[in-house]
Design a protein. Structure first.
Length: 240
């Protein structure tokens, strides 16, 4: 149960969202159910179909990269049309993880995370694990908030909530950071801290630029990892 004064965002199986400024959650009601819109256009997390984000960095001294593509696909979860995002992770230019993430945008501007289909791959392309995969509405999993409509320093929220599978949380640290990456330099950057009780001892800082999205992530505790945005392309939306 979150401590008093901490914002908790959760969704019941009927997809009722309640923003709670205290430790006690009020009973769900029809008035609290969010209305969802088709496109994800949050200023810190825009997902325009056809957009591909390219990231490079290192993980424990090994060159790493990600290619993240916003597809034209839609996956319907709990009655909500979710945008499908294809995320491919590489180490030493070898594909090691192939993931499809599902996001939806409510009418107030919050971006919800409805789950992921994650596959860990061997060097020959064989699937060796699906650990971390989850979908809202299955086995007690609920959607989380990946980005607030109006982030404020001190806000805390679950980004994903699948018990004992995926329980990432985030806290807003600042809205006025500056950051330079290979893609460019930015002001008024959103900084968040992210962690999970399932990987205790690991803490990551993530930076988001307005009208761009995620630009850099740095592991500040529990590992040696950094990734930054190097390029964005825009093309005809594809289906995966």
């Amino acid at each position: 149960m979150p401590p008093k004064g901490v914002q908790c965002l959760s969704v019941a199986m009927s997809l009722v969202a309640v923003a709670v400024p205290s430790a006690q959650q009020p009973a769900a009601s029809a008035e609290t159910r969010p209305q969802f819109v088709r496109n994800v256009y949050n200023r810190f997390f825009p997902l325009q179909p056809g957009t591909t984000f390219y990231y490079k960095g290192q993980k424990d001294g090994v060159p790493a990269s990600n290619i993240v593509t916003v597809t034209a696909d839609i996956k319907r979860i709990l009655g909500v049309d979710c945008t499908v995002v294809h995320d491919r992770a590489f180490e030493n230019h070898t594909l090691i993880e192939d993931t499809f993430d599902w996001y939806a945008h409510d009418a107030k501007g919050n971006v919800w995370y409805f789950g992921e289909d994650a596959k860990e791959l061997a060097p020959n392309g064989a699937v060796i694990s699906t650990e971390g995969s989850w979908q809202a509405g299955i086995d007690g999993a609920k959607p989380g908030i990946i980005m607030e409509a109006h982030p404020r320093p001190g806000d805390r929220y679950f980004q994903e909530f699948a018990p004992d599978v995926a329980e990432d949380q985030a806290q807003v640290l600042s809205l006025d950071k500056e950051a330079c990456v290979q893609y460019g330099c930015f002001e008024d950057v959103l900084l968040t801290k992210e962690w999970s009780r399932l990987t205790r001892g690991e803490v990551e800082h993530k930076y988001y630029a307005r009208d761009v999205g995620f630009i850099v992530g740095v592991m500040v505790k529990g590992g040696n990892e950094r990734t930054e945005l190097v390029r964005i392309t825009h093309g005809t939306p594809r289906r995966d």
